[in-house]
Design a protein around this ligand. Structure first.
Ligand code: NDP
Ligand code: OXD
Length: 309
């Protein structure tokens, strides 16, 4: 039987070993870079592949991403025989939905303004509006965006969602396709980016989107840094078109000290913490995928490599 490689600069393999071996007692888990013979490896759990790539693993059948996103795997460098699966986990979905509601409510209830005012002893009464008068847009209504849209709805917001193909979500006004985004944007004063990063979605949060939104709107990007056209954000904030942005993901992480986004009162930076999965709950999926890969079957949550997500 083959061995499973664990390769991540972010995740602790020992947190996974217990839950995995409970479900698969004969699991041979090897942690990069101490994986022994490369030809033993037939399955890999990976956040970011090693610098030298995955070519040395000639018997690799499948990669289980340690994240919901897979862009960091650079699929173009992986042979077609290697199947890829995304991590889908209820803990991850719940945490992401919480983060989206938290950031939407922070803007909706003007907490960002009160935070700034409290630093300068400014007593400014801003009349709170009911959530029902606010429309929040979610770009990407898959597993995570769908969970976020449902929780936003339960708080009382009007919710719109955007996807690649047509979709129905209870109580959510759904849009799809390139034109659909800008039709949706005209209704939304808070926009949450929860897309996978692909050539089609690169730079999609930029001037064209900001221009389509109402004056004084808010942006929340929790997808990937590459979705934001960074050069477009500061002028949009300067002009007041965008009143605030919460950014959790960046092209370069950690965000470099000299990056112009630091120290902007209208930008809240969080260090890629919108959501994380739990090894305890996700181990079930990983073990199922190890078994499926070894049996030559399609994985659960297998990525469509032609779509890139
Ligand atoms: P899914 O694959 O379940 O959903 C993706 C959604 O995006 C789908 O609705 C899909 O449309 C839509 N989409 C993809 N391409 C396009 C396009 N070109 N135009 C319009 N819609 C598009 O992904 P998840 O919800 O599980 O995850 C989304 C992303 O969240 C991940 O890829 C990752 O980058 C990010 N993430 C961030 C985390 C953080 O902590 N900040 C944590 C976890 C994930 P359709 O339904 O038609 O296919
Ligand atoms: C993920 C992430 O993709 O944490 O899961 O960003």
């Amino acid at each position: 039987m083959g061995a499973v490689l664990f390769c991540s600069n972010l995740d602790d393999p020992e947190e996974w070993r217990g839950p995995l071996t409970k479900l698969m007692p004969d699991l041979d888990l090897r942690v990069y870079p101490n994986f022994g013979k490369a030809e033993d490896i037939d399955f890999a759990m990976v956040w970011r592949p090693p610098e030298e790539g995955m070519d040395q693993f000639k018997n690799l059948k499948a990669i289980q991403s340690l994240g919901a996103g897979v862009n960091q795997l650079d699929m173009s460098k992986l042979p077609p025989r290697v199947a890829i699966a995304r991590l889908v986990d209820e803990v991850l979905s719940k945490a992401m939905a919480e983060f989206c509601v938290l950031t939407a409510l922070r803007y909706h209830r003007n907490i960002d303004v009160h935070e700034r005012n409290s630093r300068t002893k400014k007593w400014e009464y801003i009349i709170p509006r009911p959530a029902e008068q606010r429309t929040v847009g979610v770009m990407g209504i898959g597993v995570l965006g769908g969970a976020a849209a449902r929780l936003l709805k339960s708080v009382g917001f009007k919710v719109c969602g955007w996807s690649r193909g047509p979709k129905k979500l209870d109580g959510v006004e759904c849009f799809h396709g390139p034109d659909g985004l800008y039709r949706m944007a005209s209704k939304c004063s808070i926009m949450i980016g929860l897309l996978p990063l692909t050539p089609e979605t690169q730079g999609i949060i930029g001037k064209k989107l900001f221009d389509a939104m109402p004056q004084g709107s808010y942006i929340v990007n929790v997808g990937r840094g590459g979705h934001l056209n960074e050069a477009d954000l500061l002028p949009a904030i300067q002009s007041g078109k965008i009143a605030g942005a919460t950014l959790d993901v960046f092209n370069a992480e950690p965000l470099p000290d000299n990056h112009p986004f630091w120290n902007r009162p209208q930008i809240l930076i969080t260090p890629h913490v919108a959501s994380t999965g739990g090894a305890d709950t996700a181990a079930q999926l990983v073990v199922e995928n190890i078994r499926l890969a070894r049996a030559g079957k399609t994985l659960v949550n297998q990525v469509d490599r032609s779509k890139g997500y």
